[in-house]
Design a protein. Structure first.
Length: 117
């Protein structure tokens, strides 16, 4: 059983996590992929040409995979938002754990029956 002092520490930690969420900035789900195309040079078939890089953002919308082409500057900005989403997921998971611990400490559970035996 948690002590009142421990519960206060847990609540303080929870409030700190909530404050971090408020400062998070834009969030996006998905992945950024850098792609290049390599093909033979039409002027000299022994040589190859590399075209790119191209940036693609892939995410799910209504259970379907969507791919969007991005510029290099968009890719950097979108990647920051994707990184923020990953941080958000970690913070929310920790908040859930803290919430469960705090609620279990503050509430009374079902009382066990005495055995008849």
């Amino acid at each position: 059983m948690e002590t009142k002092q421990n519960i206060q520490k847990l609540k303080k930690r929870y409030e700190g996590l909530a404050a971090r969420l408020a400062k998070m900035g834009p969030i996006l789900q998905g992945t950024i992929t850098e792609r290049t195309i390599t093909k033979s040079d039409p002027d000299d078939p022994k040589r190859t040409r590399t075209i790119g890089p191209y940036y693609q953002w892939t995410f799910k919308r209504d259970a379907k995979t969507v791919t969007v082409n991005l510029s290099a500057s968009q890719a950097k900005t979108y990647q920051k938002a994707i990184d923020n989403n990953r941080k958000l997921e970690g913070i929310v998971q920790e908040m859930r754990t803290l919430s469960r611990t705090i609620l279990e400490a503050k509430t009374e559970g079902v009382k066990r029956r005495k055995s008849r035996g």
